[in-house]
Design a binder for this molecule. Structure first.
Ligand SMILES: Cc1ncc(COP(=O)(O)O)c(C=O)c1O
Length: 405
């Protein structure tokens, strides 16, 4: 009786948590592989993986083992001392990225803040007028003031203006517009090679090469935000390595999957960009502790063997979605790279997401009209087939909202 009267976790959240999230009506309790279970025991196929974080799914035995072991040894040591795992993980990331140095922090936004400071310090060392950052319309770089300042979406920025000055936005893949804004005043250019939150839009090779060329011409720092598209998601370690030859950034930021759910942001940079952040110029209390770094190392070991299958299963997923898109005229486009997949609808997809939850599949909606799948890298073709069966059923019963009919 008492239990029935006690507030649910949902009530408690509504009463005590900052009301900044619109959560779906599911209370998750545990997971295994590509599946998660709610508190009633209902099982869901997880196609969103904590928004691209749980790259090895849930309760991966190797991660569980090292986490258990490390928690009993040393969780945090501070930046005052060395520990066993930051150096080896930095070496691993440096080799994988081709960039000389690594800084560890706690989130994507913090990684981008660091990248911005690198660009600004680089510009400042040349001229007080070299402070502009060129960023893209429809981009997403995080919620802190610096990261928000380079996020090209009015809805996120509006209430917090004025933000950091000197940011010039340009449309993606518009080479002429890019040429018009990059100048001697540019300290940095920042791109997501595949815009994630903005609806899964890839940059063209010509555009990426032009950004590199302009950064070189005007001595600016080229930053690739690989927080959503990096660390295996597209089938290579980093999305810029899909190009042949690769286009190297000066700075690359990563986060989401690096420690598979433990908070670990990464900034990898060449010597030129790293130079601005010398002793005392930057830091963070929690970044790069022994627990997260050890998990990151374990993840990289597993990723080495998983990488070859990611683009295969990703292509299979997109092929199956394209197949069903022919049956449903309201599907405007299926797009993506590797296991970063968007399905754009003619109407807002919130109800589709709720119907999928009902049918035991977790998928998300970004930019209102685009269903987004960022499944664990371990997803199999059989699990993709299962997702397709559910999506077909949901699409078949979909009712277009009045306004968009
Ligand atoms: C491309 C990109 N950059 C930055 C961020 C911000 O990362 P975080 O939420 O960890 O601060 C995100 C988060 O979705 C992202 O997708």
């Amino acid at each position: 009786m008492e239990a029935a009267l006690s507030p649910t976790v949902v009530d408690l959240e509504k009463q005590y948590l900052l009301q900044n999230y619109a959560r779906y009506p599911v209370v998750l309790q545990r997971g295994k592989g590509c599946y998660v279970y709610d508190t009633s025991g209902k099982r869901y196929l997880d196609l969103i993986a904590g928004i691209g974080v749980n790259a090895l799914g849930h309760a991966h035995p190797r991660l569980t083992k090292v986490i258990r072991e490390q928690v009993g040894r040393l969780i945090h040591s501070s930046n005052l001392y060395y520990h066993e795992y930051a150096g080896p993980l930095a070496e691993r990331l440096s080799r994988a990225s081709g960039l000389a140095r690594v800084f560890f922090c706690n989130s994507g936004a913090e990684a981008n803040e660091t990248a911005l400071k690198m660009a600004k310090a680089h510009g400042h060392a040349i001229s007080p007028d070299k402070f502009e950052i060129v960023a893209l319309d429809n981009s997403f770089h995080g919620r802190t003031i610096g990261a928000l300042s380079i996020t090209g979406q009015e809805s996120y920025r509006r209430d917090f203006e004025p933000l950091m000055p000197g940011v010039r936005f340009v449309p993606r893949n518009d080479i002429t517009a890019l040429e018009q804004v990059v100048s001697e005043r540019t300290a940095g250019i920042i791109l997501e090679l595949v815009q994630g939150e903005g609806g899964i839009y890839a940059m063209t090779e010509a555009y990426i090469r032009k950004a590199r060329e302009l950064a070189d011409r005007y001595n600016a720092i080229l930053i690739f935000d690989e927080i959503q598209c990096g660390v295996g998601r597209t089938g290579s370690y980093f999305a810029y390595q899909l190009l042949d030859p690769p286009v190297m950034p000066d700075v690359m930021t990563a986060a989401k999957p690096v420690a598979c759910g433990l908070p670990l942001g990464v900034v990898a940079s060449n010597e030129r960009a790293s130079a601005g952040l010398g002793p005392g110029k930057h830091g963070t209390t929690f970044g790069g502790g022994p627990l997260v770094c050890r998990v990151g190392l374990e993840f990289f070991d597993i990723l080495d063997t998983l990488l070859p299958q990611i683009s295969g299963v990703g292509s299979y997923f997109r092929m199956r979605l394209t197949e069903i898109s022919r049956r449903f005229s309201f599907i405007k486009e299926v797009r993506g790279v590797g296991l970063m997949i968007g399905v754009e609808l003619e109407f807002p997809c919130k109800q589709i997401v709720l119907d999928c939850i009902e049918q035991g599949v977790l998928i998300n909606c970004t930019h209102e009209y685009t269903l987004r799948a960022l499944p664990p890298y371990i997803i199999t073709e059989q699990e993709v087939d299962r997702a397709i069966t559910v999506l077909k059923r949901v699409f078949k019963n979909a009712k277009r909202p009045e306004a968009s009919q």
